[in-house]
Design a protein around this ligand. Sequence first.
Ligand SMILES: [Zn+2]
Ligand SMILES: [Zn+2]
Length: 398
Amino acid sequence: MLSIKFHKNPERIGGGITEIIFNEHRLIIDLGAELEYEGVEPNPNIDGVTIGKEQCDGVLITHYHGDHIGLLKYLLPEVPVYMSKVSQEIGLTIYDRLKRAKLLASDDKTIDRLENAKLFSYEDFGKDFQIGAFTVRPIRVDHSAFDALAYLITVAGKKIFFTGDFRSHGYTGKALYTTLEKYVGKVDVIITEGTMLSREDETISEKELREKAIDICNEHRYILYLGSSTNIDSLLSMSSAAKLTKKAFCADNFQKEIFKIVAENSKSDFYKNPIHQVKYPQGLVIALRMSQLDFAEAFYKKYGQESVLIYSLWDGYITKKQELQKLQTLWGNRFIQLHSGGHASADDIKKMVEICSKEREQTMVIPMHLENFDFFSKLKLPATVRNLQQSEELLLVP
Ligand SMILES: [Zn+2]
Ligand SMILES: [Zn+2]
């Protein structure tokens, strides 16, 4: 018997837990926390996984974003965790920092689970690993998290492709379709994200972000860049724009630590040296994150007229956070929104499904990590779309 189950609501952006069940074998993909959850999200109470006696072959983690690893703290210690080496190292850097700032509950087990994870490094991507009854192939995909993984899982003669969060418009995104052809091929089931389907904002590529940043750097002396400290591609776009316009690129030690992890694990020179030296800098580009809004405000008091604030996060946060609205008012038309999203466009999803689908709609596509199933049916995919509800068990092989 082979089946698939979502432990949490798939009609929500992030915070998912997916299970593949083969007879007495079980494989979990991601243990995500809900982005919108107020307070501490409770244990999802999955017997054999987060409560009771351990009965699970393993947990595959796609990447280090909280909506994919946020509930790892509840995992029973005997259950093995698998993730990319960069996901582990960046995850540890974030959680260590939270711990030092006393922002982590004293009984939080995330650090233990991350420390004991089994790791896929660059050389392992595209290769097969046996995890219990499952043959698992980690496949590197482009996302706003570095070395994010999709997984091809083969079990009971069926191929299941779990995309995780992905896109084609980052610096390594152009490899998406050839990667899918080479390492995934035709599958029986595709479990895919659909984040962007309900969002109307135009996605700009990392390259376009860099071009726009160069123009901004040419026009202004000081640039504050407010983004995510782990959105490596966008940070590199800014660093590259700074270098070209002879500006120094500044980041704090935490940010430098993140850059170091990426540089050490990447084969590409592009990611090696974001903090470049400029002999006679003609201004500054300063990388900031959400926890440093006070700095931004203080900076405005001194250099407000000579500076620009580039806002490079989801625009929904502006409506939710008063501090951001305040900064927007301060900078006025020099508060510039420039964000290259981390998720697949409708076109990316269509092409991915075309590449991985068998003829005559034999392939089943199961959407998740999206606001609403309705948007998905409008894509008119050459496959059978199956809306799987929370806790429903979809039988693939009786
Ligand atoms: Zn996500
Ligand atoms: Zn993500």
